[in-house]
Design a protein around this ligand. Structure first.
Ligand code: ADP
Length: 201
């Protein structure tokens, strides 16, 4: 059973791609949702984040104050590294548990915005990078989240740029066309991953 990663910048369409795979019967694990859940709910992770960033890291409703945390860590690479060291190993463990519980499918997928940053690629056979032009991605996110263009651009700047992503991934899925084209490309990958051997073989 192949382990496939799907990554891409904000607005590239990685969630859309994963939803289509899921509708076709392929199991999908969201590393981002897992990291969110751990930082909101896991007692040990919460304790370590509080120790690193202070009580302000959590809102009065008990959930992580994500804008506060983003401001803290993106201006301080050392803190970012420490935060990642708290959350990423736990996410990797959850991914492995998810995969080990599956049978009867040719492959399964991990969706992760920070796939390479978290070291997840070491646990995977192949990675698809979902790619689309910066203008198009910004427009999609502004429409999806009602975000200002400047806020979207700021988020985009914190992620791997297109060239760096293309250099790392095994396959590029260009998502700059209509839904039918995306569906065709996903069908191609579904066939491919039902036929090729694991990377290590
Ligand atoms: P990501 O998870 O990479 O941030 P999403 O999958 O949420 O991106 O896609 C961003 C937005 O763009 C969503 O509203 C989605 O419905 C839309 N979208 C994605 N791909 C396409 C496409 N090929 N055509 C039209 N809209 C798309």
């Amino acid at each position: 059973m192949l382990r496939i990663g799907v990554t891409g910048g904000i607005g590239s369409g990685k969630s859309t791609v994963c939803r289509i795979f899921e509708q076709a019967g392929i199991p999908v694990f969201s590393a981002d949702a897992c990291a969110h859940a751990l930082s909101d709910n896991d007692a040990d992770v919460r304790k370590q984040i509080r120790k690193l960033l202070g009580d302000k890291a959590y809102k009065t409703d008990g959930t992580l104050d994500r804008p506060f945390v983003a401001d803290e860590v993106f201006s301080n690479p050392e803190k970012l590294k420490k935060l990642n060291r708290i959350v990423h190993p736990r996410v990797i463990k959850a991914v492995e548990e998810f995969g080990s519980g599956l049978t009867g499918v040719p492959f399964w997928i991990v969706e992760a915005a920070l796939l390479y940053e978290s070291g997840l690629q070491k646990k995977l056979d192949y990675v698809i990078g979902v790619v689309a032009g910066g203008e198009l991605r910004a427009r999609r996110v502004m429409e999806r989240d009602g975000m200002e263009e400047s806020a979207v651009r700021k988020r985009m700047q914190r992620q791997l740029d297109d060239d760096a992503l293309r250099a790392k991934v095994d396959f590029v899925l260009m998502n700059d066309g209509p839904a039918e084209q995306l569906n065709e490309r996903i069908a191609f990958f579904k066939t491919l991953f039902s036929k090729i051997p694991p990377k290590s073989a």
